[in-house]
Design a protein around this ligand. Structure first.
Ligand code: GLN
Length: 477
């Protein structure tokens, strides 16, 4: 199938001409209200090709539709097109794409600036009002970061809430489907008023069962109380040296504004945050290297120019020609960290850090994580260390407030000059919530009117406290 690509100034759509209508139109919900939906190119649609901005899937059209697309069409969505992204979701600026980079529409004319990634095309489609809602995927920040850079709202739900069936996996234990919109309310309505959050998908093994959903929903308070009853934590480890001073100011000003409305603002410490980025960049490539093994020119993917009937070079040709440089780098990193000599030093250590990060969050949130059974009180486990920790016990908070990204969107020309490690740095504030599977949302705030770009601020909540998270986000915008 030839790629049907619409030329746009911002290069945010990769396909907007329909191949065919979906074979089984979903039964429309009685309360369905029509809206325009843009879909990231790693989410399967029948109407459009699904190519993950990769050469390796250059001829791929999915024979089925992702559950999330079917669910949203039942709620009134019509898909307006597939959006540009970093290949297989790997990147932070939507520049690692076979279609070329996405450009940020907030940049002054003549200046090419990052729209964030990897769901940059989805963010731009919403920012330009080509769509009311866009679907993205967020593995380590790919919905929140582009939302921050383009001045819109980006929501990453609790892991396991929205179905990933039909979403091309990057790192399964971290992948979530996220929503982008210009306001919080449209996301809140879609997820909660239309009861999307209740729907278990038997086709996705990580989709929470109906029973667990009920248990989690019982544990999470339904309504956001008055701000005077809320404690909001400001994680001190997120105040990194690399933070742009204007972003630090917007963060402080927003915290003060919430305080003046009655909320209690307290500094909290999440000590393992420092290790989060390193752990993420071991775990995500490890899972990716295994996921991408199937693009070998036989099961999936293009055949290389030589073909090769003997099969000696078939795989290497297909993979060598089909994947971009960043994807190859991740495959090599992941294959290495999973190899027998490196496993203990990298993969296992990163898993341990992931656990510590989850514990950090559980310690600071007032609500317990509903996924864990309550711990039995056991005197033999008590030591001087744990006693000390309990005595110095942290302040318990309802939500955490931080910036989404350490800087404003960089110029595309600067990104090309930098190393890929610089792009990894951008994820430093978004990966901790991903590693812990927690819900998080990026909202745009404009404090300093003279500044060219709005600042993206991130709110993080305890697992399954998504409803109150969005209600609070609505007060911050
Ligand atoms: N920038 C991160 C990465 O490249 C996050 C990507 C994502 O969330 N899909 O892994």
């Amino acid at each position: 199938l030839p790629l049907r690509r619409s030329q746009s100034t911002f290069n945010h759509f990769v396909a907007s001409t329909k191949l065919q209508p979906s074979s089984t139109p979903p039964v429309q919900k009685p309360d369905a209200k029509p809206f325009r939906l843009a879909v990231k190119d790693n989410i399967a649609t029948e109407e459009f090709p699904t190519q993950c901005a990769s050469g390796v899937l250059g001829q791929h059209a999915s024979p089925f539709e992702a559950t999330i697309v079917r669910q949203l069409r039942a709620r009134g969505a019509s898909v307006v097109g597939k959006t540009n992204m970093d290949e297989f979701g790997m990147g932070s600026h939507s520049v690692n794409s076979i279609h070329g980079p996405v450009r940020n529409p907030l940049a002054p004319p003549g200046e090419d600036v990052s729209a964030g990634g990897s769901s940059g095309g989805s963010a731009v489609a919403v920012a330009l009002d080509d769509a009311n809602i866009a679907l993205g995927t967020d593995t380590g920040g790919s919905v929140r970061l582009p939302a921050a850079y383009t001045g819109i709202v980006g929501y990453k739900p609790s892991y396991g809430m929205l179905s990933r069936f039909g979403v091309v996996p990057y790192a399964n234990s971290l992948d979530t489907v996220g929503l982008l919109a210009r306001d919080v309310e449209s996301i809140r309505q879609l997820v909660f008023d239309t009861k999307l959050y209740e729907e278990h998908d038997p086709s996705d093994p990580t989709s929470l069962s109906a029973e667990t959903r009920q248990r989690c929903s019982k544990a999470a308070p339904a309504a956001l109380p008055d701000l005077s009853q809320l404690t909001i934590g400001v994680p001190v480890e997120y105040n990194i040296d690399e933070l742009d001073p204007a972003i630090r100011d917007a963060w402080a000003a927003t915290a003060s504004a919430l305080e003046s409305q009655g909320a209690r603002i307290v500094p909290v410490s999440l000590p393992s945050t420092r290790e989060a980025l390193c752990a993420y960049y071991i775990l995500a490539p490890a899972e990716a290297s295994s996921n991408l093994a199937k693009y070998d020119g036989v099961r999936y993917g293009i055949r290389g120019p030589e073909g090769d009937a003997a099969g000696e070079t078939l795989y290497s040709e297909a993979r060598g020609a089909g994947f971009g440089a960043e994807v190859k780098r991740r495959i090599l990193l992941g294959t290495y960290s999973l190899s027998s000599e490196a496993m203990d030093n990298y993969f296992i250590q990163a898993q341990k850090i992931r656990r510590l990060i989850q514990q950090d969050f559980d310690r600071v949130f007032k609500l317990d994580n509903p996924l864990y059974e309550p711990r039995q009180f056991d005197l033999s486990e008590m030591s001087a260390d744990t006693a000390l920790e309990d005595k110095q016990g942290p302040v318990q908070v309802d939500f955490l407030l931080s910036p989404t990204a350490p800087t404003y969107p960089p110029k595309l020309s600067d990104i090309m000059k930098r190393s890929s490690i610089d792009a990894y740095m951008n994820d430093v504030l978004t990966v901790p919530a991903s590693l812990a599977g927690l819900p998080a949302v990026s909202v745009p705030v404009k404090i300093d009117q003279s500044h060219q770009f709005p600042t993206g601020l991130q709110l993080i909540a305890q697992y399954w406290d998504d409803r109150r998270l969005l209600a609070l986000a609505d007060k911050v915008v």
